[in-house]
Design a protein around this ligand. Sequence first.
Ligand code: ADP
Ligand code: ADP
Ligand code: MG
Length: 646
Amino acid sequence: MIKKILIANRGEIALRVIKTCKAKGIKTVTLYAADDATLPHAGAGDENIALGRGPLSETYLNQDKIIQIAKETGAEAIHPGYGFLSENTEFCKKVSDAGLIFIGPSTEAIELMGDKKESKVKMEALGIPLVPGYHGENQEPDFLFEEAKKIGFPVLIKATAGGGGKGMRIVNSESEFTDALNASKREALNAFSNDKVLLEKYIINPRHIEVQLVSDGQGNHFHFFERECSIQRRYQKVIEETPSPALNDELRASVCDTAVKIAKGINYIGAGTIEYILAPNNEFYFLEMNTRLQVEHPVTEMVTGVDLVDLQIQAAQGLAFKFKQEDINQTGHSIECRIYAEDPDNEFLPTTGRIQKIETNPETDYRLDCGYRDGNHISTNYDPMLAKLITYDTDRYSAIEKMQVSLNNVLFGGTKTNRDYLKRVLDNEKFIEGNIHTHLIEQDKEELKKKKWEQNIEAHFVAVSLISATKPVQNLWDKKFKQTNKVISIDGDEISVVVNSLNRNGILFSLEGKKYRYETLLWEKGHIVLESKGEIISSHLFMNQNGSFQVFVNDFEAIVDVASKARRASSSQQLSEGSLQSPMPGKVFKVLKNVGDKVEKGESVIIVEAMKMEHTIKATTEGLIKDIFFKEGDQVQGGVLLCEIE
Ligand code: ADP
Ligand code: ADP
Ligand code: MG
């Protein structure tokens, strides 16, 4: 029996694995890169080993170092979590060669499923339905073009080695094909050092449905029902749930049985997920298999009551499970929201910074799988997912309602997250009806945008922000307050306020001629409770680096700046038209132009990479490149000037 496991991952998934190990009396070894030293996982194991500084290849992806640490600490097995080394055949092989147990499937299974082309060939042999398309050897552009025409547009080009949405291109018509093919190949070569592609019919408005599998160590294969993962942005999941509102009993049985057939057909061992695409006519097609534990596994645990990590550990030791398929039931409904450090109102760009405080409410009924604690910095080296919030109830509507309450009770102070956006999705009528598909976020873009506040909500923001900035009353003279005009910025919108009275006890002001009065019930640093016309207004405030406040008022959230207009203007320096800035902190991945080159407006100039994503900086005007301030590999701050065009 395994007595000690090394966890080759970070954040919430490392903690998740530790939780099961503790329950089973297994000792754990965690690893942490230098920039993760204060994260919870870095101290959560029985032994916690520093990986030092450097690029990922020196830390969480340093295969030899990780295996050596496992040996030195006497761990018998390695759990890879998800991402990182979890689907790396080279690592998997090295682990077994070192006489250690890899908690995951066989090297062969990872290899087969890691290649979208090879896996399709195998699925075809097993009689599994595939999206109509071409996945053969011939990579001649002319030949592929003919195949695309046969499939019929729109067509999707995918990298055979692909993952994380990289290398994927939609082609709507014949004339777009060549450009799309070249772009896909370029991206694939960059990301996976392999430019092979395959073609698929592009299904309009499909759902992403997947089935959780676990096969034991004795050739028995089980499914744990489906997950609906259609709410995506950038081909990446944001909200997942189970059961899927799209499946009736017959269709459910069909997708689940097909998944078990695949597991049997490849002699699978351990946890895996079969991803399908479900067309609006209820035809479903195999998309790919993920040969690891998935981010969204908790919703399955909630409705089936199993511990998937426990099953992974049993399977890896060759044990047989003690249950039968009939013993696994799907009861109730569970939803997961991924809380990302990102700005959905600015093209979902990742955000960074310091998490000042994580506010939670232990009285609310949720599961929070979170990899961070108060004071942690969000590094650009990793994925921007901060936490997963999971709710469970008897039915879908109750689980959604619970999620809406929970999202109001889990605040990441000091960092911009997608929390407010998640609430907007949960309020979306189509989402509530269960009438969803993978393009909902894109199609309902306008509707999901942040709404302008009603005036009384704006007034709440004004009141708590101004009261929080007051000093305690020292003597009588402080009470003499002269009427002042203030311009306050709320989420970038400037509003004019006439303040008649203001101190820690309350505020009196007018906004567009309407009078507002608030009295303070509680004044604590960062937490203010006010009363106005019988309504209780509870707020949390966090000061940002630039002096503005991140304010949560009742169920609303905004960035509020109470500084004078002049100071605001001077702090955001004006840049000329041809100045290209980095939208976020990251690393200069590619410099596509040289000084002196002529560029057209909209042409790509520099690619900045951060948090697993590439951001292409395009020319804002036509002209000549006057200066480029960074070279490939340089680390850059958000907002810095990268290049000037004149
Ligand atoms: P899933 O299908 O379960 O959503 P993905 O295939 O999208 O998973 O990606 C795997 C996960 O690996 C990501 O969601 C991410 O959280 C995690 N990860 C974190 N850091 C990295 C990294 N540097 N490289 C690869 N994966 C990472
Ligand atoms: P990755 O390895 O990057 O996760 P997948 O093949 O799993 O790539 O596809 C990711 C997402 O892209 C799916 O969840 C789905 O939203 C979309 N997608 C993939 N194939 C198709 C298709 N043929 N038609 C429409 N959408 C697709
Ligand atoms: Mg996928």
